[in-house]
Design a binder for this molecule. Structure first.
Ligand code: DGL
Length: 265
């Protein structure tokens, strides 16, 4: 099984892309809805949560772990890799960075993400290593995760807030914008509308799905093919059943979801 986790709904954007690119593999998803948001927590806490989530998915039979969360990818990935050396991990930061490098023409790249992701400085570090001429302009967008978890995907308030977060980046003349949080593709159309046609968006969910696909194709011994019916129900584990989760998940994935609550104790 491919184990995927996020703090909540956001990682479903990755699930959707994985189902699109490699539909014949079994997926187990965990959304840590009881402890969301991660993006306002300290790196120490996020690391602890990430270890527990990984442990849970491995116990359920996952052979590969996809960290479908920018906040965890930017703070905890090296620790996860050293804690579970035998497990292949995928994260969302490096594929997003590579895609942004391919897309930008003027080398001015924008980033929106949670505070923890933006303040981790991971993108500055990676861009500096590969191309010191890249200018990265970032803006934390902390209000977007709660709005998305609340299901306010098209509300005028959400539109205004997106616009406000993008203004300083547009003023810098960016031509590429990294959606540095897996929740944001749920409002990708709105972000594109407010960013304008000239700015190309980097969607982490597409990029990581392609990496997982490439890996699985050459490591077929690790995960068996599983011929599921595309309309089949998807089992999703959560640490709390929240009002909108099932509704948004179903709407977004276009298939029925069955929520299973886990108890950390
Ligand atoms: N979707 C997550 C991310 O990519 C986490 C959002 C949050 O829990 O704050 O960062």
């Amino acid at each position: 099984m491919i184990g995927i986790f996020d703090s909540g709904l956001g990682g479903l954007t990755v699930v959707k892309e994985i189902l699109k690119h490699i539909p014949h593999y079994k997926i187990i998803y965990f959304g840590d809805t009881a402890r969301t948001p991660y993006g306002t927590k300290s790196a120490e806490t996020v690391i602890r949560y990430a270890i527990e989530n990984t442990q849970f998915l491995l116990e359920k039979g996952a052979k590969v772990i996809v960290v479908a969360c920018h906040t965890v990818s930017s703070t905890a990935i090296s620790l996860l890799k050293s804690r579970f050396p035998e497990v292949p991990f995928f994260e969302v930061v490096s594929p997003s960075m590579k895609k942004a490098l391919k897309l930008t023409k003027n080398k001015k790249i924008g980033l929106i993400g949670t505070r923890t992701t933006v303040e981790s400085g991971i993108y500055e570090k990676l861009f500096k290593e590969v191309d010191p001429e890249i200018k990265l302009y970032s803006n934390p967008a902390p209000l977007l995760v709660p709005l998305i978890e609340e299901g306010w995907l098209k509300k005028p308030e959400t539109r205004k807030i997106v616009k406000k977060y993008l203004i300083p980046l547009k003023m810098r003349g960016i031509d590429t914008l990294i959606l540095g949080c897996t929740h944001y593709p749920l409002i990708k159309k709105l972000i594109q509308e407010k960013a304008g046609k000239r700015i190309k968006l980097v969607d982490p969910s597409e990029e990581v799905a392609i990496e997982v696909k490439n890996f699985i194709e050459v490591h077929s011994e690790l995960i068996e093919k599983f011929f599921s019916n595309p309309g089949e129900e998807l089992e999703i584990y959560v640490s709390d059943i929240t009002a909108h989760f099932a509704k948004i998940a179903q709407l977004f994935l276009g298939r029925k979801v069955v929520l299973k609550k886990i108890n950390w104790e």
